[in-house]
Structures are given as C-alpha cells and as structure tokens.
Design a protein. Structure first.
Length: 450
C-alpha cells in the first residue's frame, strides 16, 4: 500500500497548564525516530490540542500508531473509531495496557504491538507498504539499550519541547529487579536493569538542548547498587553540562551511598522521588524488598539524602490488605514531621498483569462498574479488606485535603526552595512547588467523575 504519512498519537486528559502541556511524549519521540527519513512522520498529542478534528483528516494511506496506559485505553479506542470513520485501515496500538492485556484490545484494533517494539515497529512500517500487515507483533526480547532509537533531529525540531512542554523526559536505565505485587513496570520493562551508554545520554541532552528533565526510569536508585562505576561515570559527565536540574524515581537504599549522592548533587540532581509506599510494616511482603514499612528507617534515609542537598519526594500508596483508615493518618503525620519536599498519596490500583489483580480476581473483589478510566490511582476500583469502599474514599478525601492544602504545599515548597543558594532560587522556584501542585491535580481527578 502506498504510504502517505505516519501519525503517532499520544492520548491525554490534562490539557495545557499555563500555556504548556505537562509532559513531552517521549515514548513516541523514540518510536518516530525509527521511521525512515523518506517517510513523513508526525506526533499528535491530545494534551496539546484536541485531536478529534485532526483525526478526521486522515485516510486510507496513513499508518496510525497510538500508545496507551490502562487509564487511557478507552480514549484511544474512541480515537480509533474516529480514524476508522475517516477511512484509516491500519491503526496500531502499543504501550503498557496492550502489553499487559492484549485480549482487551484485539477486538477493536487493526494491529496490536506487545513488548518494546524497537524491532517490530520498523517491520510494521515495511509490512504496511508491502500489504503484509499482521494483526499482532510481539517483541519478546529486552533490547540492549546501546544505540537503540536515538532521537532524530527532525523529531526534536517537530516536538519543540522547550516551547510546548513543562517537563522533558529522558531515559537512562530500564527495568527493576524488585518485585512489588502491584507494579506493572517490571512486567513491561523486565527485571534486569539495563543501562544506556553515558556518551549517548550526554549526546542526546546536548542535541535536544534541554536543561531540565524527569527520568522515565522505574527505579534509577538501583543503579547505585547494581553498577556504581557506571553511576559515577554518568554523574561526572552530567556535572559538566549546563543543567538547571533533573529528577528521578528511586528506592530509598541510595542513602547508604553518600559519596555517590554528593556526586549526584554536583551532577545537578534536584530531587529523588522515593517509593516508600507504606508506613504499615504489615505490608512488607507487597513492597518487593525495597522498603519494609519502617518509618524510623524512612526518616533516617530522608535526612541522609537531604543532608547532601538533594530533595526527597515521598510516594505512598493506600489500600493494601492490612490497611485501615488509621494508616492514612499515620502517613500524614509522618510526612508532616519528617520534612519531605513533596508528597504523593495515591490509591492502590489493580493494574492488569499484576499479582495483586490476580488475587482480587480470585477473591472476587474487583468492582464490576469501574471501567479503565478509573484506573488512575485517584479512584477506588476494588473492595478493600479491612475498610468499606465508602470509608476508604471518605478518609482518603480528608487526608488528601490536608496534605494538598495550599498551606502545606507552600510549606513543603519553601522547604525545597531553601535547599538552594540564594542566587539559584529564582530558577528553582517553579520546580519547588510544581510537584505538589501536580499531585493535587491527580487527587482532584477523584471528583472529576465518580
Ligand atoms: C514516564 C512515566 C510517566 C510520565 C509520562 C510522561 C510521558 N508523557 O511520556 C508521567 C510522570 C507524566 C506519568 C504519569 C502517570 N503514570 Co506513568 N510511567 C512512566 C514510566 C516510568 C516510563 C514510561 C516511559 O516513558 N518509558 C520509556 C519509553 C521509551 O518506553 P515505553 O513507554 O515503555 O514504550 C515502549 C513500548 O511500550 C512500546 N510502545 C509504547 N507505545 C507504543 C505505541 C506504538 C504504536 C508502538 C508500535 C509501540 C509502543 O514501544 C516503546 C519503546 O520500547 C512508566 C513505567 C514503565 N516502565 O513503563 C510509568 C507507567 C506507565 N505509569 C503508570 C501510571 C499508573 C501513571 C499515573 C496514573 C501515575 C499517577 N498516580 O498519576 C500517571 C498517569 C498520567 C496520565 N494522565 O496518563 C503505570 C501504568 C500502569 C498501566 N497499566 O497503565 C506505569 C507502568 C508505572 C507503574 N509502576 O506501574 N508516567
Ligand atoms: S521498586 Fe518500583 S519499579 Fe521496582 S518493582 Fe517495585 S514499584 Fe516496580
């Protein structure tokens, strides 16, 4: 089939915030960079502009790819329907949700892609042109990250991240050897930690001309433990770049590596988002070995990290089988007293492919009326064990209103800001408050629809 152009679609529900979309579509930027130069490729993002009218301009000779997390899959199904009505014959669906639950997408997609797609995506483009498209492409190998899908200059120019997005994304590692019962990341990125070569990271940052970024890594902190030499080399290279700052997800064990933390600070690391997950020690089994619900140890790690000048964002999840409303208030107290820079409290969510979901299915505890849009970590989608749904929701609302009250956000933001020297404060002001503001917005989705 003659190929007119490729359109890659990023769904979204946030829209623009003060004129920019929140997070750049990094997944699609990598995939678009694999498209041969002689084929036109565009990335369309629903947070930047409403996509329905644009979808109606597509036709039979366009190859359309869409990515979706679980909570976005219904929006993507709707986009697919519009594209089909416009005459598109090849809508390809990839991403986390389809990888974890292909049977959910097969009935309405033309092509599904499971796995990482670095090999299958170029093959799909070729097969489209040869009228040989299959209905399912499965990439079973965890690709070595060396030289994989470097961002092309035309994609960088088209996405124009600095003008259109608040947060550029960047990948350094992939995969995590832990095994948290509720985590889907390890089911889509594997349990072997893989590293991109330092030279490629530096080259990408320079070519994108970005001076801030958030890592897509699931648990970057594990690099401290698994490959300290690599981590040191990375930090020494980043130190030389004119960065304003970067942030990443990590487990708390990094506090045992003060020398690397100092290097990380010199490499412009601003904040670590640490998944403590729970202050309830009875939940230790669910936490995959990275934390054990021991608040004394959490406090020690927070102090040690902050001492090096790096901020700590504490991430907590409510609704494990040993949780009662009391745990939510204990988390609030802990967060208040320990001096976190920002704080996220979300509702445990039984994503497809996780042991937690399997258990709930066996025990018939999934709420039947909760479609995928509710899987946003702000809504309760299952019957908790030691609380009723109503109790869970009521106390969650109360505790989040306390945590995300303007005064608490201001307090934590000022604390984060105070970590920087006076002359750097203007540059750091936005980042010091925006994390909590973002979490407040996530919580607000709980009441956007019920
Ligand atoms: C970065 C990230 C974010 C960023 C997204 C930024 C952006 N615009 O891309 C931010 C911080 C905004 C974010 C937010 C959330 N996230 Co998030 N996020 C991630 C993370 C850590 C990395 C994703 C990533 O970019 N990877 C790197 C890129 C290069 O690869 P990739 O996305 O995996 O895609 C590959 C394949 O899937 C495939 N592919 C993907 N799409 C397509 C499409 C086509 C056509 C093809 C051919 C192939 C293909 O090819 C790609 C290259 O290998 C993942 C964890 C993970 N490891 O997946 C969680 C993850 C996707 N997030 C998750 C969640 C739950 C959320 C939130 C709900 C959290 C919250 N409480 O708010 C929100 C939802 C926001 C929203 N409204 O959508 C869950 C999703 C679970 C699920 N089943 O849906 C994950 C898996 C984390 C987890 N621990 O479980 N997230
Ligand atoms: S530590 Fe994080 S990425 Fe690793 S399994 Fe647990 S939740 Fe997933």
């Amino acid at each position: 089939m003659e190929l007119r152009k490729i359109v890659l679609i990023q769904p979204g529900r946030e829209g623009k915030i003060f004129g920019k979309a929140p997070a750049a579509p990094y997944t699609l930027m990598r995939l678009a960079s694999l498209v041969p130069d002689d084929i036109e490729v565009e990335i369309w993002h629903h947070d930047w502009e409403p996509l329905e009218p644009k979808l109606r301009t597509l036709g039979k000779h366009d190859l359309v790819g869409m990515t979706a997390k679980t909570l976005e899959i219904e929006q993507v199904q709707r986009f697919t329907q519009i594209a089909h009505e416009a005459g598109v014959q090849a809508v390809v669906i990839g991403g986390n949700h389809v990888t974890l639950m292909p049977e959910d997408v097969t009935p309405w997609a033309d092509v599904i892609v499971t796995g990482e797609a670095y090999r299958t995506w170029p093959k799909i483009i070729e097969d489209f042109q040869n009228d040989a498209l299959k209905s399912h492409y499965n990439d079973t190998e965890w690709a070595d990250l060396t030289g994989v899908a470097p961002l092309s200059d035309r994609v960088i120019a088209q996405v124009d991240e600095r003008r259109r997005y608040w947060t550029p994304m960047m990948e350094i590692t992939r995969g995590c050897p832990r095994n948290c019962s509720f985590c889907t990341a390890i089911r889509v990125s594997g349990q072997k930690m893989r590293f991109r070569p330092v030279e490629e990271i530096v080259e990408e940052i320079e070519r994108r001309k970005i001076d801030r970024f958030f890592l897509t890594d699931d648990n970057f902190g594990l690099a401290f433990i698994i490959d300290p030499e690599y981590t040191e080399k990375l930090f020494l290279a980043l130190e030389k770049l004119p960065l304003r700052g970067w942030t990443t997800q990590s487990e708390m064990a990094v506090y045992k590596y003060p020398e690397l933390l100092k290097l990380a600070k010199r490499a412009h690391l601003d904040k670590l988002f640490i998944g403590f997950e729970s202050v309830n020690p009875d939940n230790w089994r669910e936490l995959g070995g990275k934390s054990k619900g021991l608040t004394k140890q959490y406090a020690e790690s927070i102090k040690a990290i902050q001492k090096t000048g790096i901020g700590v964002v504490g991430l907590f999840v409510f609704g494990f089988d040993n949780d009662t409303p009391k745990v939510m208030w204990e988390t609030w107290e802990f967060g208040k007293n320990v001096g976190l820079d920002s704080m996220s409290t979300t509702v445990l969510t039984p994503y497809p492919g996780t042991p937690f979901r399997e258990q709930l299915i066996k025990e018939d505890r999934l709420m039947p009326d909760k479609s995928w849009q509710y899987y946003d970590t702000a809504h309760v989608t299952y019957y908790p064990k030691l609380m009723t749904v109503e109790e869970f929701e009521r106390e969650y609302d109360k505790v989040c209103r306390a945590i995300y009250s303007p005064i608490r956000i201001a307090q934590r933001g000022l604390r984060a800001l105070a970590r920087h020297p006076l002359q750097r404060m203007p540059a750091k002001a936005f980042g010091s408050f925006s994390t909590d503001y973002g979490y407040r917005r996530t919580f607000a989705w709980r009441h956007a629809f019920s």
